[in-house]
Design a protein around this ligand. Sequence first.
Ligand code: AMP
Ligand code: MG
Length: 410
Amino acid sequence: MIETCDSPGLLPIHSAISDMLNQINPVLESELIELDEALGRILAEDVVSNINVPPHDNSAMDGYAMRCDDLADTNQLKLVGTAMAGVPFKKEVLAGQCIRIMTGAVIPLGADSVVMQENTQAKDDSVTFKQIPEWGNSVRRAGEDIQQGQVVVSRGIKLTPAFLALIASVGIAEISVIRNIKVGLIATGDELTAPGQALNDGAIYESNRYALSALLTTFPIVLFDFGIVKDDKIDLKAVFEQAGSHCDLVLSCGGVSVGDADYVKEILDELGSINFWKVAIKPGKPFAFGQLRGQLSNAWFCGLPGNPVSSYVTFEQLVTPVLQKLSGQTVTATPHFVAKAACVIKKRPGRADYQRGIFYRDEQGELWVKPNGKQGSGIMSSIANANCYMVLDQDAADIQQGEAVNIQPF
Ligand code: AMP
Ligand code: MG
């Protein structure tokens, strides 16, 4: 049983994540797309190679190919032809012979080794070798990168530029990927004003959606931006209903903390089953998770706190695994590194802190980290000018200078 807002304790961040991941089933629908449109998409099926890469033994250098054994007794061989990349030498290289060969050209029958051009001297039809090669020198073997029948990229992988090149190298131009997931984004609050407009008394500029929609661009999603919605029950309910029936996941920010959550809580209770959690994470304690019931289908829902740093941190730490699982991606933990605290880092036990820090190497190569200024949940410059999170354990108290600190580089 998970602890909720009403329970005395806070919900540890790993429990919040595993609770969400246990409920969510990945989207399974896939589509065939061209490889050059597949950056950032999630592979729906293993890609298997029908060929060896490289397809044949070929030269790693511009130089001369010969039978290595020939150079045991002499350093001079007869030049009998040329092999270019894509234009093979069609005959056999016989004893006492060599051919000029370019990088990527097929190693002809008979030859087994290549000496780079810089270690040779050619005159008329004779080549003098200044280096005696080992057998197989400068030869790239057929299949040394990928073997026929091998899984080149596994399903669930998010396609990076290198994976696209790897798939292209086995001759595949069309692949099956999970369809983009539909994500709705809503900002709520009477005080929120769109940038570019005049600011009324007591109002502030809405900024969270700019960070969140930008963070979302690194996921395979289609964004439905519902803009700013006032703290008005009828308006808010209509927008949540619409978002719930069009999206796979709805993200809102604002209105989930206990004080002002009443509307959002009331509406979400009517539209679905939502838990309002107090997660043991700082910043970002209030967080809502559950399902919105739509007319045709259901949408998952994550309610982020409104404070700018809190919404950013809860997106990165809590929503990222949700997006990964939902979009069929293998869920991966963000890598941590260990640095030494460059000064005392203030920390109260009870919640896992994601303080914003600056890490650097000193002249001895040692990694250090220090907090990036004020750590309040409204201080967005603490993220913008930082280069890492300092991840401080839930139970930890103040960190002393020189103590080890886990960092997550941005
Ligand atoms: P709430 O979570 O609605 O109680 O909001 C907490 C704080 O975050 C308040 O100071 C809000 O004005 C501020 N806030 C809420 N939503 C946004 C937003 N989209 N952009 C910037 N600040 C916000
Ligand atoms: Mg509010």
